[in-house]
Design a binder for this molecule. Structure first.
Ligand SMILES: [Zn+2]
Length: 425
């Protein structure tokens, strides 16, 4: 069984191929088998055919930093300063969460991500072992990071190691895992050193919040007389493949460390703006060829999981910050949200529509008002689209959304369960 998408415009995100104005995509098993301009002349038997006339195909978007189950906390405790908000609203509410809350909330988050074109997400939260079956049955690609935070870190690391084992034994090809120490200010030095060593042993990579606020910079300076990046380098965390969320407050030396250690910073502009954390020096990092990717962060600080919105804000904020409209053009931002995302997560062959790459793509409807006229497709996607243009979602060579409707996913049931649970909570 395979999928043929014919008569379609293709954004390959491959430097050699660029844009194919009218061509076809053949997907076999879970990979792209053939990409070409013109008409498909091969065998049709055993193929599901999608007429791509009026559509543009692009690699699925990769959300590199989120806390999926925080959908329960969307819009909860708004407008408070960060510490008051966390202490009085978010943390007391999170302490009430049980496995079933995490399950329903994650399932619902996956619906939101899929419907706005994200085909892969990098998660950090609790009870990650409870969502393995959910993400596998929904057939979305994910990286599970079981949060490690505070005094209980040893117990939590054991949980994370077990999840890594389950993920490595999984046959779906959709699951990945990382160790997810919360941040340099919520774990002490000895804990971070142990986590760094364990990640090296597991070869799984590390997902961590880094230099998100000025307050964090002050805490680490008071405690160790270092910046968060210097401190993480000393603990050995950076000996691993690291996905570093935020990286808002970096000095020149920190950017050098990130560069030298091949750390992938995740830019979360909407969360940084909403919590008034600051503006990351993304454009300067991109100029140094640092692998910057994009994430939404959780829905309590965004408040949605829409990567189209995030791409637009990503570009707008850098342009304004540097007072320079040439910063972060549409193509660059789309590359950050696709190819750079795959690289950051260590998923080889993700983020291009190219022979041999993983068969993850979305089709957007070019006849939606937001995409007409089409002078520059990259610019239309980043600055004009809002996610409602996504009508087909294919992950690992399987169709999950078709003509704007979920396929083999019981959307009504997921929405009902989630609403019901939120009401009770
Ligand atoms: Zn976060």
């Amino acid at each position: 069984m395979g999928i043929l998408i014919k008569n379609v415009m293709i954004l390959t995100m491959d430097e050699d191929r660029g844009i194919i104005d009218n061509g076809y995509i053949l997907i076999k098993n879970n990979k792209f088998k053939k990409i070409s301009f013109g008409e498909y002349k091969g065998e049709f038997s055993d193929l599901q055919v999608i007429d791509g006339e009026g559509y543009c195909a692009l690699p699925g978007l990769v959300n590199c930093h989120t806390h999926a189950a925080m959908t329960i906390l969307r819009g909860y405790g708004e407008g408070l300063p960060l510490m008051k908000w966390l202490n009085e609203k978010i943390w007391p509410m999170e302490s009430k969460f049980k496995e079933e809350h995490i399950k329903f909330a994650t399932e619902f988050a996956c619906l939101e991500m899929l419907s706005t074109g994200s085909t892969c997400f990098n998660n950090m939260y609790f009870y990650e072992d409870q969502i393995i079956d959910i993400v596998e049955s929904l057939k979305i690609r994910s990286v599970l990071g079981s949060a490690i935070i505070g005094e209980e870190w040893e117990k939590q690391m054991e949980v994370a190691i077990n999840i890594d084992k389950r993920v490595k034994n999984s046959k779906s090809g959709l699951l990945n895992s990382m160790l997810a120490p919360h941040s340099p200010y919520t774990l002490d030095k000895s804990a971070l050193k142990e986590i760094a060593k364990e990640a090296e042993k597991l070869e799984c990579g590390i997902h961590i919040h880094v230099a998100e606020t000025e307050e964090e910079i002050n805490i680490i300076k008071d405690k160790y007389n270092m910046t968060p990046c210097e401190f993480l380098e000393e603990t050995g965390i950076f000996n691993n493949r690291v996905v570093a969320a935020h990286c808002v407050h970096l000095n020149d030396g920190d950017i050098e460390i990130i560069h030298k250690r091949n750390v992938s910073p995740v830019y979360n502009p909407q969360s940084n703006m909403k919590l008034a954390s600051g503006v990351a020096r993304i454009s300067e990092m991109m100029d140094k060829n640092i692998n910057v990717c994009i994430g939404t962060d959780g829905t309590s600080s965004n408040n949605n999981l829409n990567m189209f919105e995030e791409m637009e804000t990503a570009a707008l904020l850098q342009k304004l910050w540097y007072k320079n409209p040439t910063k972060l053009d549409g193509k660059t931002v789309l590359k950050m949200a696709t190819l750079n995302g795959g690289r950051a997560l260590g998923i080889n062959k993700l983020g291009k529509i190219k022979e041999g790459y993983l068969g993850d793509l979305i089709l957007i409807n070019l006849n939606k008002p937001s995409l007409i006229p089409n002078h520059d497709i990259y610019s239309n996607i980043v600055f004009s689209a809002n996610g409602s243009e996504v009508e087909y979602v294919i992950i690992n060579g399987e169709i999950l959304m078709k003509k704007g409707e979920f396929f083999n996913i019981d959307k009504e049931k997921i929405v009902y369960n989630f609403k019901n649970m939120c009401r009770k909570l």
